[in-house]
Design a protein around this ligand. Structure first.
Ligand SMILES: NC(=O)c1ccc[n+]([C@@H]2O[C@H](COP(=O)([O-])OP(=O)(O)OC[C@H]3O[C@@H](n4cnc5c(N)ncnc54)[C@H](O)[C@@H]3O)[C@@H](O)[C@H]2O)c1
Length: 268
């Protein structure tokens, strides 16, 4: 086991990670694998999945699944049961943000943001929850939302609105599924160093603005999200349910980030 994550032991646990080909999802998949879990990694990026599986080795397997397609989400749940016998923990990490001014925004751009960052969580919770219900002994679902749900994230309107919906969905699902012993929680990351934020991170004038609004004064690392995910999925967090955990260097309390509508090209 890696020293970095060795204080967690998920030996024998069967863990499903969406958005696992890159960034946060990839590190989360790695962290659970290094902590002894059997990991099924899903994504729409086949090359990224292949690369992850060859880096981690057994027992990490992958399957292509688009979280905006209900049949593919259901099929991924069936796949993990076929491969590893059951489902214990789900990390719903797939997501992406886009920046456009509202008055110039096409319906298709709005729909893409909301399908990926809100409806996808509904499909995941529905099919993961059904599998937990069938197994009869509970489970844990961790959704990766965003600090943009609760701060002024100018330029990211549909993404922020969808992530705010995902926070509320997390709370509602925690209440509705509690009788099944299922915990549903969310992690709301702030600015984290991943391929999605590479252009922001490599642009000093934007990063200088970000540093003012992030009380910790820096961008976060994917390992900082992975550590939180490991804890929230562990028995040590058994009394944490329906909670949105901010891992954002304090950005949420500051309440505002640079206006990304002016720097559309820095956010995909
Ligand atoms: N990086 C940040 O600063 C940051 C901040 C807040 C929230 N987040 C959230 O964290 C999550 C991971 O972001 P990241 O920065 O690691 O980005 P990333 O681009 O590095 O990884 C996102 C992954 O999601 C996959 N994906 C995209 N659409 C998909 C779909 N329809 N179905 C399945 N997989 C799909 C991509 O192929 C990619 O592998 C996202 O939900 C994002 O909104 C990131």
């Amino acid at each position: 086991m890696s020293d970095a994550y060795s204080h967690f032991d998920f030996s024998g646990k069967s863990v499903l990670v969406s958005g696992a080909a890159s960034g946060i999802g990839r590190e989360v998949a790695r962290a659970f694998h290094l902590s002894g879990a059997k990991v099924l990694a899903t994504d729409i990026d086949g090359d990224g999945l292949e690369n992850l599986v060859s880096e981690l080795g057994s027992p990490c397997q992958s399957v292509m699944a688009d979280v905006t397609d209900e049949a593919q989400v259901a099929s991924a749940v069936q796949t993990i049961v076929e491969k590893f016998g059951r489902l214990d923990i789900c990390l719903n990490c797939a997501g992406a943000g886009g920046s456009k001014p509202l008055l110039e925004m096409e319906e298709s751009f709005w729909d893409w943001n909301v399908a990926l960052n809100l409806k996808g969580f509904f499909f995941c919770i529905k099919h993961q929850g059904r599998q937990f219900r069938q197994q009869g002994d509970g489970g844990v679902i961790v959704n990766i939302t965003s600090v943009t749900a609760t701060i002024n994230a100018a330029g990211l309107t549909p993404y922020a609105a969808a992530k705010a919906g995902a926070n509320k969905l997390t709370e509602m699902a925690a209440d509705e599924l509690r009788h099944l012993g299922i915990r549903v929680v969310a992690i709301a990351p702030g600015l984290i160093k991943t391929p999605a934020t590479e252009k922001i991170n490599n642009t000093p004038e934007i990063m200088n603005e970000f540093k003012v609004s992030i009380p910790s004064g820096r961008i976060g690392e994917t390992s900082e999200i992975a550590h939180t995910a490991l804890f929230l999925a562990s028995d040590g967090a058994a009394y944490i349910n329906g909670t949105i955990v901010h891992v954002d260097g304090g950005l949420d309390i500051y309440g505002v980030q640079p206006d990304l509508s002016k720097v559309r090209e820095y956010y995909r």
